[in-house]
Write a new protein. Structure first.
Length: 89
C-alpha cells in the first residue's frame, strides 16, 4: 500500500513539474523593441506646407510629430476639440 502511495506522489510531482515548465514557457515576458532615437537633426517627410518630423522608429514604424510650415519654419501642431450642440430639425 505504501508503495502505491509513493508511486502516486512521484507521478504527481512529475506532472506538476511538467505543467510548471509549460506555463513558464508560455508566460515568458515579451521584451519590447527598444526606442531608437534619431540624431538631433531629424528629417521631415513633407509636402509643400505640411509634414511629419521623424524622431525615431519602433518595430519598423516611424515615430514623430506632425508639423506645418509657417514663414519657412516647421512648427509642431496641436489638435483642439470644440464641443458643439447637436440640434435636430
Amino acid at each position: 500500500m505504501q508503495r502505491w502511495i509513493a508511486l502516486w506522489l512521484a507521478s504527481l510531482a512529475v506532472v506538476a513539474g511538467f505543467t510548471s515548465a509549460l506555463m513558464r514557457a508560455q508566460a515568458a515576458p515579451q521584451v519590447p523593441a527598444p526606442y531608437t532615437q534619431q540624431p538631433p537633426a531629424a528629417r521631415i517627410v513633407s509636402g509643400p506646407d505640411i509634414g511629419f518630423r521623424v524622431e525615431g522608429t519602433r518595430d519598423g514604424r516611424a515615430l514623430g510629430t506632425l508639423v506645418v510650415r509657417i514663414d519657412g519654419k516647421w512648427i509642431e501642431t496641436a489638435a483642439s476639440v470644440v464641443p458643439k450642440r447637436v440640434t435636430v430639425r
